[in-house]
Design a protein. Structure first.
Length: 95
């Protein structure tokens, strides 16, 4: 279940080792349907995401149309931090 309050969200961020006040300043909450991508490899990037519930696969294209699973991330994991440090396109897809 997605956090239903600022307090629940702050606690989730603290458990993940993040600073809630900074993260919540620009937070948006998303709910994805199974199989829908959060973002695709090559997309422009300007955000990181914290998984509140469930899991997401990190995929990278290899040799044309074949995708390789790099990781499966779960609740409490942060996605997309690299782009906050080194701007550029997404280096993998999250589905």
């Amino acid at each position: 279940m997605l956090p239903s309050s600022i307090e629940e969200t702050s606690e989730l961020l603290r458990r993940g080792g993040y600073v809630p006040e900074r993260a919540l300043a620009t937070a948006l909450f998303l709910a994805l349907k199974l199989g829908r991508p959060l973002f695709l490899e090559g997309d422009a990037a300007s955000s990181a995401f914290l998984i509140a519930e469930g899991s997401i696969d990190v995929l990278r294209n290899v040799r044309g149309d074949r995708a390789e699973r790099l990781a499966t991330l779960k609740a409490g994991d942060l996605i997309g931090v690299n782009t906050l440090i080194l701007p550029g396109p997404r280096t993998a897809s999250c589905v």
